[in-house]
Design a protein around this ligand. Structure first.
Ligand code: BTX
Length: 330
């Protein structure tokens, strides 16, 4: 397997030119006939490979179908996604990722599925994950952070995802605190689910799940979801290649994460606030006893939502008692 991965990487780095059988054989420490056998297998996986005598090999086309190899091919990260667990169908990539992490799968391993039968959101809600229509991805991370800082990872992920969406599709995504990406039409195109395994003062691992709607049409969802959901395809009127979006996201996430580990949260906070849905506006806060309005004025160092009350006092909110769409007014 790992020879295959290295081979694909060598070919990917040399996309524009040929790489000789001798060179591959030297780098991978296998015979030239073994190289040839690997090439035949890649072709069975859907790669188109050109072999020219005296010049060598070159990948012309990668398969459209997602496989562990096609994700690795062209991936420009240093540590994230270097190990890929891919399934055509699974219950939830979160469940698989937790199992893998418990079996000691390392920092940076990712789990990807074409289809999830019981994709999950927060508080055991359902995440619709139709086959081949979106990026259903879970990342195993082992950050050296105290558990109370884990919410920052959700905000960091949202920033990397919003950057990815705006860079590739030229749209203007917004982040709805704490974990959704939507557009100005208030329709949701992505959700993030951070699940933590921790001891008192130490994170053992986190699994960050990302569901990004890519190529769905509205009719792919049940009625109640249609009112609230959208996909990149619906927003831009074109089909998108899920693999390349994933590769872009993984690079963006890795850079953002590495930078955060060195420099801390303040840069993330700035980037987040540039995307913040309803930032600076009045929002409605509900709890058991009352409904009131306050200005959403930013996010705090610990990932909490900062509001400014009518009397000018600042307050932190931690959970979802916010009525973002002012349903109470309608
Ligand atoms: P959430 O709890 O904030 O959002 C879930 C809610 O969003 C649902 O109750 C439903 O109303 C709505 N919804 C369900 N499916 C979709 C969809 N495809 N598009 C838009 N809205 C929808 C958000 O949770 C976190 C979701 C994480 C999903 C990823 S996918 C990879 C990984 N594996 C897994 O099982 N979950 C994560």
């Amino acid at each position: 397997e790992s020879t295959r991965n290295k081979l694909i990487q060598l070919l990917a780095e040399n996309k524009e030119s040929y790489i000789s059988g001798q060179m591959l054989s030297d780098q991978l420490h296998i015979s030239r006939s073994a190289i040839w056998k690997h090439m035949k297998e890649l072709e069975r996986d859907g790669y188109e490979i050109e072999a020219k005598s005296k010049r060598g090999y070159r990948i012309i086309k990668s398969p459209e179908k997602i496989t562990e190899n096609t994700i690795l091919w062209g991936l420009k990260t240093n540590w994230l996604g270097k190990k890929v667990i891919h399934r055509e169908m699974t219950s939830s990539t979160q469940i698989l990722a937790h199992q893998a992490a418990k079996q000691n799968e390392g920092h940076g391993t990712i789990v990807v599925a074409d289809e999830q039968t019981t994709g999950r959101g927060r508080m055991s809600r359902t995440w619709h994950s139709k086959k081949g229509s979106g990026m259903w991805l879970s990342m195993i991370l082992k950050p050296e952070l105290p558990p109370y800082l884990a919410p920052q990872l959700t905000l960091l992920t949202a920033v990397a995802l919003a950057d990815t969406i705006s860079e590739i599709s030229n749209t203007k995504p917004l982040i709805k605190w704490p974990n959704d990406i939507l557009f100005s039409n208030q329709k949701k195109c992505a959700g993030i689910l951070t699940e933590l395994q921790a001891e008192q003062d130490k994170i053992q691992y986190v699994v960050i799940g990302i569901g990004l709607n890519v190529n769905q049409e509205l009719s792919d969802w049940p009625d109640e979801i249609q009112e609230r959901a959208t996909s990149l395809s619906i927003e831009t009127n074109k089909q998108w290649e899920i693999q390349s979006i994933m590769q872009h996201f993984l690079s963006e996430f890795e850079q953002t994460y590495d930078n955060y580990m060195v420099k801390g949260f303040s840069e993330i906070k700035k980037r987040w606030e540039a995307y913040g849905f309803k930032l600076g506006e009045l929002i409605t806060i509900q709890n058991l006893h009352e409904t009131r309005r306050a200005i959403f004025s930013g996010i705090a160092e610990d990932g909490a939502l900062l509001i400014k009350n009518e009397d000018g006092s600042l307050e932190k909110l931690y959970s979802g008692e916010i009525d973002w769409f002012n349903k109470g007014d309608r």
